[in-house]
Structure formats: C-alpha cells, structure tokens
Design a protein around this ligand. Structure first.
Ligand SMILES: [Zn+2]
Ligand SMILES: [Zn+2]
Ligand SMILES: [Zn+2]
Length: 100
C-alpha cells in the first residue's frame, strides 16, 4: 500500500515534481501553496492496486475522482463490482474526462 508522504493516509496520487505520494487533502495543501506548485502534473493512482493510471491533472486543487489503471479498469468492466469505500467521501463532484 502506498501512503501519503505527509499524513500517512492512503495515497491517491503521485506528484512527479515532488516525487511524493499524496492524498487529496495534502495534494491541495502542497499545490495551492504557490503558482509554481500548482503547475505540477500529478498522476492519479489506481483506486484498486495503486499503480499509476493514465489520468493526470494540474492546478491548485484536483477534484477527487476514482480512477483505475488499465488492467483494473478492464477487470472491473467485466465484473461490474461496485465496492463503496468506507470513510472516503468523494462527493457528487466526480468529473473524469474519458478521453481516448
Ligand atoms: Zn496526506
Ligand atoms: Zn507537486
Ligand atoms: Zn489497478
């Protein structure tokens, strides 16, 4: 399990510039600090296996999304299993750009 380098909870994304695994909260904290930090490109981690996904984002704050790596996404599309993560309030702001 990858953990957030700052607060030790589950890592949700990886910042290449910082070489750090971060959760949503710490991502916002770190990347809203200044304009340069907001330009960091962050790669979302798969919510199943925590490997890097094709999804990236920049800006002071990333909208929390559930993302999967290629292998997990293809697995899930067969099984249609929807596991609700306890204590993980994603909200109804899910905004994934599904670009090919
Ligand atoms: Zn954190
Ligand atoms: Zn960063
Ligand atoms: Zn995965």
């Amino acid at each position: 399990m990858k953990r957030c380098d700052l607060c030790d909870c589950l890592a949700k994304l990886y910042c290449e510039s910082n070489e750090a695994n971060l959760c949503w909260q710490c991502d916002t904290y770190v990347h809203s600090a200044n304009l340069l930090a907001a330009k960091h490109s962050r790669t979302l981690l798969c919510h199943v296996c925590q490997s890097l996904t094709p999804w990236t984002g920049t800006g002071p704050q990333l909208v929390p999304t559930v993302s999967g790596c290629n292998s997990c996404v293809s697995n899930l599309s067969c099984k249609e299993e929807r596991s609700s993560e306890a204590g993980d309030h994603v909200g109804d702001n899910i905004d994934v750009d599904e670009e090919e």
